[in-house]
Write a protein that binds this ligand. Structure first.
Ligand code: SF4
Ligand code: FES
Length: 249
């Protein structure tokens, strides 16, 4: 395939950026999107130009770092996958593909397609630890029975990889789906109850302090989430938050 790429180039957070067009030739349909970006970067390096900066690590849908807005959609046109799992067979010979970084005030551009997602780390840190005794007399995991449905829902919430696609897809740049997933994975388990009130209040307050927008239940977050995190988690987070506020007044 021969393709035209229009890629957001920006030298730093305080510098103006712009879309720059590049041509890449002989792209195999079996390549991943990131492998295609590697081909472009090799081409740029060989011609003495600066390669396009983009985040990636695992390249198998686990780490959540490969944040790219492709043709107007977070992680590209296919649903339920990350950019590193997107294959070039999704595109046609002669296509023009527009590649941009996540756009959100709380995710400032570091360079080109790389954004600073450390706001997510600070939200997780605000959540703190859970009280599990790991000092040598740890309780057997099976000693506290957990209803199957709760275990499944907690596990579903725990599949959030912190990629930020939910924020990028949201017209308000809300981080509600991410925070809701992180709150839900503990809210549903008995081990998570001891610090439940402090956790949800601190995480939601940190989310607001980081400059993310409010949730207006549009649902773009869940539609674009590579892990199909359900909107029900946002409802659970709101319930947890209201309950926690009522009892800690
Ligand atoms: S909720 Fe989904 S889109 Fe948002 S950070 Fe988690 S995995 Fe990514
Ligand atoms: S590079 Fe890790 S999820 Fe894509």
């Amino acid at each position: 395939m021969n393709l035209t790429l229009k890629i957001w180039r920006q030298k730093g957070s305080n510098v103006k950026g712009k879309l720059v067009a590049y041509n890449v030739a002989d792209i195999s349909e079996h390549m991943s999107f990131l492998e295609m970006m590697d081909v472009l970067n090799e081409q740029l390096v060989n011609s003495g130009e600066e390669p396009v900066a983009f985040d990636h690590d695992c390249r198998e849908g686990i780490c959540g770092s490969c944040s790219m807005y492709i043709n107007g959609r977070a992680h590209g046109p296919d649903g339920g996958i990350t950019t590193c799992q997107l294959h070039m067979r999704t595109f046609k010979d002669g296509d023009t593909i527009i590649v941009e970084p996540w756009r959100a005030k709380a995710f400032p551009v570091v360079k080109d397609l790389v954004v600073d997602r450390s706001a997510f780390d600070r939200i997780q840190q605000a959540g703190g630890y859970i009280s599990v005794n790991t000092s040598g007399n740890t309780q057997d995991a099976n000693a506290i029975p957990i209803p199957k449905l709760n275990a499944d829902l907690a596990m579903d919430a725990a599949t959030c990889i912190g990629c930020g696609a939910c924020v990028a897809a949201c017209k308000n740049a809300s981080a509600s789906l991410f925070v809701a997933a992180k709150v839900s994975q503990y809210a549903l388990l008995p081990q998570g109850q001891v610090e439940a009130n402090d956790r949800v209040i601190n995480m939601v307050d940190q989310m607001d302090a980081e400059g993310f927008g409010s949730c207006t239940n549009t649902g773009a977050c869940s539609a674009e989430c590579p892990k199909d995190i359900s909107l029900e988690n946002i409802a659970r987070m709101n319930r947890e938050y209201m309950r926690a506020k009522a009892v800690t007044k």
